[in-house]
Ligand binder design. Structure first.
Ligand SMILES: [Zn+2]
Length: 369
C-alpha cells in the first residue's frame, strides 16, 4: 500500500528539505530557498521560524553592498557539532565535525578493547561537550539499529555488543549508528559526487566487501540493519569456507585480505595495486576483480543504478584502477542498453569518508528528533 502523506509528514519532509539544501549547498536566503525547494514563500517563512526557534539554523548578518542591501542568508548553526566515529578495523578514528563537514579534531588509535574506544570518545568529548549534539558511528558488520547492538563484527572481533548502552553509561548524548556501507552512502550523497544521483550503488572494499544501496533518494536500511551483503553472495558453488558459515562467498575470493594472502611480494594493498598499474600480471587480483565485477553485474541487472561508486581506504590511483577493471567485467555481463548509461567512479572523499558519513547520520537524526 502506498504511504499516505499526512500534513505532518509533509511538514517534516519540507523541513528536512530546507535543512538538506542548507547543509549541502551552504547559506541561502529565504527567496533562494523558496526557488530551490519549490516551496511557497509563506511555507519557507514558517519553516525558517521553526528552525530558528529550535536553534537548528542561524541568520547570518545582513551585508550592505554598493548594489544595496542583500537579503539575510540562513545557515545551519555552525556551533552544532557531531562526535563521529569510524570503527573500521583495528585502527579506529574519532572526530569532531561541524555541519559543513569540516573536521575540527581527529584522532586515530589502535583499538585493543572497548575501553580504548571510550578513552578516544572522552578525549574528543571534553573540550567540545557543550556543542556536541550526538555521537554517531560507522560500523562494519551486522547491526541491530533499533537497540544499538553490534550483533557480529569480524573486523572488530565483537559479538553481541550493545554499543549504545556502553556509550550512554558515560556520555549523556543521543547515539546513532549505521553500517559502514550506509555511512559511506550518506557521505557520498551529502559531500561527494553521489549528490548528483537519485539511485546509486556504493561498493566498499575493506576487510570485507559491502554494497550500500541508494534507491529513489533513500538509503536502503534493509531488515533491521542487514542489507547489501554482496560479500556473502555465492560466487563459487562449494568454494572455500567463509567466516559467515557458508561456502564460496565472494569474500573468500575477492576481499583485500585474500588478494594480499595470494600475493607473495607485498602485504600492502596499495603497493600491489601500484604493481598492477605498472603492468605486472597479478592473478589473484585479476580473479578478485573479475568476480567482484560479475557479482555487481548480477545486482545491476536486477535494479540498475545511475552510478556505481567504488570506495575503500585505498589510494585514489588504486581505486581508479579497480573501478576501471570492475567496469570492464560488468559491461560484458549486463544488457547492452544499460552499458552506456551507468557511470562508474572512484570516491574522491578520501580516507575520512566514513567519518563524514557518521557526521551526516548524526545531523539527520538530530534534526528529526
Ligand atoms: Zn560468507
Amino acid at each position: 500500500m502506498k504511504e499516505r502523506r499526512t500534513p505532518k509528514h509533509v511538514g517534516s519532509y519540507n523541513k528536512n528539505l530546507v535543512l538538506e539544501v542548507l547543509m549541502k549547498q551552504g547559506p541561502k536566503s529565504r527567496a533562494e530557498l523558496s526557488r530551490i525547494t519549490k516551496l511557497t514563500k509563506t511555507a519557507i517563512t514558517e519553516i525558517i521560524e521553526e528552525l530558528l526557534s529550535k536553534n537548528f539554523i542561524v541568520e547570518l548578518g545582513r551585508v550592505n553592498t554598493r548594489r544595496g542591501r542583500r537579503p539575510i542568508k540562513l545557515a545551519i548553526n555552525p556551533d552544532l557539532l557531531v562526535l563521529a566515529l569510524d570503527l573500521s578495523g583495528i585502527y579506529i578514528k574519532g572526530a569532531i565535525v561541524n555541519p559543513m563537514g569540516n573536521i575540527l579534531k581527529i584522532y586515530s588509535i589502535k583499538m585493543k578493547n572497548i575501553e580504548d574506544l571510550l578513552k578516544l570518545i572522552q578525549e574528543l568529548y571534553e573540550p567540545f561537550k557543550d556543542k556536541i549534539i550526538a555521537i554517531s558511528a560507522s560500523i562494519p558488520g551486522l547491526l541491530e539499529l533499533s537497540s544499538g547492538r553490534v550483533i557480529l563484527s569480524t573486523s572488530l572481533n565483537w559479538k553481541d555488543v550493545n554499543l549504545r548502552e556502553i556509550i550512554n553509561k558515560i556520555f549523556p548524548l543521543p547515539f546513532y549508528m549505521q553500517k559502514d556501507t550506509n555511512a559511506g552512502i550518506l557521505a557520498e550523497n551529502w559531500y561527494g559526487e553521489g549528490r548528483n544521483y537519485r539511485n546509486f550503488f556504493y561498493l566498499l572494499l575493506s576487510k570485507g566487501i559491502g554494497l550500500g544501496i541508494y534507491l529513489n533518494d533513500r538509503v536502503l536500511d534493509g531488515y533491521d540493519g542487514i542489507i547489501g551483503e554482496i560479500g556473502h553472495t555465492i560466487i563459487e558453488i562449494d568454494g572455500k569456507d567463509c567466516w559467515c558459515g557458508k561456502k564460496g562467498c565472494l569474500e573468500t575470493v575477492a576481499s583485500i585480505p585474500i588478494i594480499i594472502e595470494n600475493y607473495d611480494k607485498s602485504s600492502d594493498i596499495n603497493e600491489i595495486l601500484e604493481n598492477a598499474i605498472r603492468g605486472e600480471k597479478i592473478e589473484s587480483l585479476d580473479k578478485a576483480l573479475k568476480y567482484l565485477g560479475i557479482s555487481l553485474a548480477n545486482v545491476i541487472q536486477i535494479f540498475p543504478p545511475q552510478a556505481v561508486c567504488v570506495s575503500g581506504n585505498l589510494s585514489l590511483e588504486g581505486l581508479k584502477y579497480i573501478t576501471e577493471k570492475i567496469k570492464e567485467y560488468i559491461l560484458s555481463k549486463i544488457f547492452p542498453q544499460l552499458r552506456t548509461k551507468i557511470v562508474f567512479y572512484p570516491s574522491n572523499l578520501g580516507e575520512n569518508s566514513l567519518i563524514l558519513g557518521a557526521t551526516v547520520l548524526g545531523f539527520i537524526n538530530y534534526f528529526n528528533k
